[in-house]
Every structure is written in structure tokens, then in C-alpha cells.
Write a protein that binds this ligand. Structure first.
Ligand SMILES: [Zn+2]
Length: 187
């Protein structure tokens, strides 16, 4: 892919500076599960804390209430108009998580605005958030690096969509987002 589409990562946000560190210096998320040996697993969310994030609007990274904007980190195929279980972050905490604990391939940062409780639904699998079709704002990370959306997903890509299912899903979401943004700026 085009490396000019990559954007430099941010530094540690203020909100995470009181969290304990791993030996490699990265912060341990507030919502990470504690294992029986006393270690914390970044891969496993603490179930009670994940539910508290959804019910009370807490940030999974720092444990503080999120406020008006919520960011969720998702693979593109999981995001499109779906019910998701991602507990939610402050925008700056999500940026930290996306670059500090990178997922291989593409990861969306899907930002919503307003009352998260209105999107909360009960499903047989537990509480889920309904994302809708268009985020309030959107960022895309590739192997933990922020992409410039217009450079990474140029308009001509629509005529020749990528074979990879995640890139194709991201193309649909990014295109819809850029169009809705431009409609908002030039109604
Ligand atoms: Zn936070």
C-alpha cells in the first residue's frame, strides 16, 4: 500500500499517565482482566468492567466517564451497521490503544456523539451497541499506524475495489463517511 498515507502517532495522552506500566513501558488498560497468577491480560477484558463501560459510559482504557464522544476500535467487517460489544473509549485513549497495542491489518476508530444509552440493546449474547451506518467521525489504522483516509482510499478505488475483504469493507465505510462529511460541510 501507499506509505505516504501513514500519519505519525500521538504521544501518551494525559488520561493514561496514572495507569501502571508493562515492562515494555506501555500502559495497562483499566479494563484488562486479572489472571489467576495476578498478571493482567491485555487480550482479555474484565467482564464486569466491560459491562460497566457499556452501562455507565466509562472508558475501557482509563476507567473515567467518556463524555459526549465515544470511540470504538473494530475490524471493518464487524463495524458496518452492526451490533458490537466494544466497551468504548475516550477518543484520545482509543488513539493510544490503536497505536500501542496494534491489531494486524485494518482497524477502524468509529466515533459516535451523544447518548450512548440510546444505542444500547439487549441481545441473547449480552449487551451490544448499535453503530448505525455512518459514524460522527472516523479514523482507520493499518498495522497500528493512522492512515490518511483520502490517500489510502482514493475515489478511483471504487472502480477497482481491493480483493481483501477487510479493505473492501473499509472502502465502503470510508466512502460513505467522506460523502456524509462533505454533505455536512457543503449542505
Ligand atoms: Zn479514557
Amino acid at each position: 500500500m501507499d506509505t505516504t498515507a501513514h500519519v505519525d502517532p500521538p504521544g501518551d495522552p494525559e488520561r493514561v499517565r496514572t495507569l501502571p506500566r508493562l515492562p515494555n513501558g506501555s500502559r495497562i488498560p483499566w479494563g484488562a482482566a486479572t489472571l489467576t497468577n495476578g498478571q493482567r491480560s491485555l487480550a482479555e477484558p474484565d467482564p464486569a468492567k466491560a459491562i460497566a463501560c457499556l452501562r455507565f459510559g466509562l472508558c475501557w482504557m482509563c476507567g473515567v466517564q467518556r463524555g459526549r464522544h465515544t470511540a470504538r476500535l473494530l475490524p471493518p467487517v464487524a463495524a458496518h451497521g452492526q451490533l458490537v460489544a466494544d466497551p468504548g473509549y475516550h477518543v484520545e485513549c482509543a488513539k493510544y490503544v490503536a497505536v500501542t497495542y496494534p491489531r494486524p491489518g485494518l482497524c477502524l476508530m468509529w466515533i459516535t456523539k451523544g447518548d450512548d444509552q440510546a444505542r444500547l440493546m439487549s441481545t441473547p449474547a449480552g449487551k451490544r451497541i448499535h453503530l448505525g451506518l455512518t459514524p460522527y467521525d472516523l479514523a482507520v489504522y493499518h498495522d497500528g499506524r493512522l492512515l490518511d483516509l483520502e490517500a489510502a482510499f482514493p475515489a478511483e478505488m471504487l472502480d477497482n475495489p481491493p480483493d481483501d475483504v477487510e479493505w473492501r469493507a473499509a472502502l465502503v465505510i470510508v466512502t460513505r463517511h467522506l460523502r456524509s462529511q462533505s454533505a455536512r460541510q457543503h449542505p
